[in-house]
Ligand binder design. Structure first.
Ligand SMILES: Nc1ncnc2c1ncn2[C@@H]1O[C@H](COP(=O)(O)OP(=O)(O)O)[C@@H](O)[C@H]1O
Ligand SMILES: [Mg+2]
Length: 103
């Protein structure tokens, strides 16, 4: 099982990010504070519905924005799972949608 595609909207320092990954070793390169750990964290959050770095979901929302969204295409052999997680500053809980779209 691996994440084929990741999309971020207003997540941490990302206004928008679209990244694709291979079912192999993937290397994330960047300068200090460029957002490498934020990408890894977003994948963790998508999988676990919580962060390993903060207990406050609002920290995940880009400063001065009202919401953040993480979307991922998860591939397991021929199964494709579309996962979406969104946070609103005003909402108490995060909203997650997981759909299985087959192959
Ligand atoms: N909620 C947020 N809104 C905007 N920027 C953020 C937010 N949370 C963290 N950052 C920024 O993300 C950057 C750190 O990203 P990080 O993924 O830790 O970098 P690195 O590439 O060194 O792993 C810092 O510049 C920090 O100010
Ligand atoms: Mg880091």
């Amino acid at each position: 099982m691996y994440i084929e595609e990741l999309q971020l909207r207003n997540y941490r320092n990302y206004q928008g990010l679209e990244a694709t990954f291979e079912n192999k070793v993937n290397v994330i390169l960047g300068e200090n504070a460029q957002g490498k750990t934020n990408v890894m964290e977003s994948i963790y959050v998508l999988a676990m519905a919580k962060s390993h770095r903060t207990s406050n979901d609002k920290d995940l929302i880009r400063w001065d924005e009202e919401y953040a969204k993480i979307e991922g295409r998860i591939k397991k052999t021929t199964d494709l799972c579309l996962c979406s997680l969104s946070f609103r500053k005003k909402a108490r809980r995060l909203k997650s949608i997981i759909s299985n779209s087959g192959s």
